[in-house]
Write a protein that binds this ligand. Structure first.
Ligand code: PLP
Length: 476
């Protein structure tokens, strides 16, 4: 039954069955011997052994010992429709038999890619009538750099090639993605930023920079850093500004309400292209199809990935607004850029079914009007915990800060010594108690699947509170 929200691949899960099927130690040994993990100290991991994840159903995953975990992070912010969707598996299976692969380089296309392009245009804001497909969000942001430079070149402004981004932004892990990103740890390891003409401004993080100001005042100040940077670089050299509507990997940094409208005003004033990196915020995370709609901005380009297929199969891309598409298509001739897997028919078939589910189950509307407001109310109650200074939510993304001592305002709280790694201690308790919550320093974050129910939100908040208590007990 296509409309059954829990039409699951694996109907029943018993710990003993799982243990019989998987030899945890053997998998861990193979893993430790041969697999270099992303963003992980592989040597340190080998000494403890990786947790082997073997099943998923709804908002839960299971490891090879049969332990159940509530996936508060939707995998890596992608599992929007939840695990175990048989109809997506079916769509993939059917497409694989019909046409498992063909490219769209040499004046060819395939039906799912064309249909998905039209579907994405239908659900996007009105300025978007075209899409460029990639295999990931990082490739989408590489595409943005090429498109933006091509656009200005075609208009006769070759010198307009500086892109402004933000510190603590995450735009992917290719050289271009990492260069656009503002994660100092990634930059340090690159031995000099490979892509020239990318500069960064501060992030709109009120807890970090808003002391003595209201959030609204701080939002305007942080947006003003863009104008300062434009004037410093020279407006005639600036091509674009890129930002995540809510910074995800940086720690669910929710900008004050004044921030994005002011960024839009500044971009408009200097004629600069606005790129919204919607890889996390897109496909309903903030209770709108795209985060740009939540903040009322009108980007020229939008990067997407993750939620477009709910992570069932890799797919990414860029929604190309009319301002850029008209120039690129009318004046550009060949656009010398593309990937073997751009418009992959199987990935596009998975995306079509995923979007059909989101629409049929009205997940975007639910997050906006029902489960999102409920999560906000419940998550906010965690702020009364002795360890927590602030607990804030935007749609289905939330973050709370762990502090040593609470104060009258967030700016009067005393943080922990970072060497104590309190966030990691807390994350350990979460894992131990069957809850996946991520630590970004001492900020604990969640971004649950959009299918999470009211009862599951209650369970999640209870688990988090229990783990905060356990963390506090450890520190005494
Ligand atoms: N942009 C943002 C905002 C992201 O959060 C991510 C991944 O987390 C990316 C880009 C990179 O996407 P991918 O890992 O698919 O290359």
């Amino acid at each position: 039954n296509k409309s059954d929200p829990i039409a699951i691949v694996t109907p029943s899960i018993r710990a003993s069955d799982v243990q019989k099927k998987y030899d945890t130690r053997a998998i861990q040994e193979l893993d430790a011997a041969h697999y270099i993990h992303s963003f992980t100290d592989t040597k340190a991991l080998a000494s403890v052994g990786a947790r082997v994840i073997v099943k998923g159903q709804g908002i839960y995953i299971w490891d090879s010992e049969g332990k159940r975990l509530l996936d508060g992070m939707s995998g890596l912010w992608c599992m929007n429709v939840g695990y175990g969707r048989k109809s997506i598996a079916d769509a993939v299976y059917v497409q694989m038999q019909e046409l498992p692969y063909y490219n769209s380089f040499f004046q060819t296309t395939n039906a799912p890619a064309a249909q998905l392009a039209a579907k994405l245009v239908e659900i996007s804001p009105p300025q978007f009538n075209h899409v460029f497909f990639t295999g990931s969000g990082s490739e989408g942001n590489d595409t943005n750099i090429r498109m933006v430079r091509r656009y200005w070149d075609l208009l006769g402004f070759k010198e307009r090639n500086v892109i402004i981004s933000r510190h603590n932004a995450y735009h992917g892990s290719t050289i271009a993605g990492a260069s656009l990103g503002g994660m100092s740890g990634m930059h340090d390891q690159q031995i000099g930023i490979a892509i020239p003409n990318i500069v960064h401004i501060g992030q709109p993080y009120y807890v970090e920079g808003g002391k003595g100001k209201t959030p609204e005042e701080f939002g305007l100040e942080a947006a003003g850093w863009l104008e300062q940077k434009i004037l410093e670089v020279g407006a005639e050299k600036v091509a674009a500004f890129i930002g995540e509507p809510v910074q995800g990997a940086g720690g669910v940094i929710i900008p004050p309400s004044t921030y994005w409208p002011e960024i839009q005003r500044i971009c408009d004033r200097y004629g600069i292209l606005l790129i919204a990196d919607e890889v996390i915020c897109g496909f309903g995370r903030l209770g709108h199809w795209f985060g740009s709609e939540y903040f009322g901005i009108k980007p020229d380009l939008m990067t997407f990935a993750k939620g477009v297929t709910s992570g069932y199969i890799p797919l990414g891309g860029v929604m190309v607004g009319d301002r850029v598409a008209d120039v690129l298509i009318e004046k550009g001739g060949d656009f010398n850029h593309g990937f073997t897997y751009s418009g992959h028919p199987v990935a596009c078939a998975a995306a079509l079914e995923n979007i059909r589910i989101i629409q049929e189950e009205q997940l975007v509307e639910k997050v906006r009007n029902e489960t999102g407001p409920y999560l906000k109310k419940k998550f906010a109650t965690l702020a009364d915990h002795p360890l927590v200074s602030v607990a804030e939510t935007c749609g289905f993304a939330a973050g709370l800060n762990l502090v040593q001592k609470k104060g009258a305002t967030v700016h009067d709280c005393v943080p922990f010594d970072s060497k104590l790694e309190v966030g990691m201690i807390c994350r350990g308790h979460m894992f131990g108690n069957g809850m996946i919550m991520r630590a970004v320093g001492d900020r604990m974050i969640i971004a649950p699947p959009l299918v999470t129910t009211i009862a599951e939100i209650d369970e999640m908040i209870e688990l988090i509170r229990h783990c905060l208590d356990a963390t506090l007990a450890d520190l005494k």
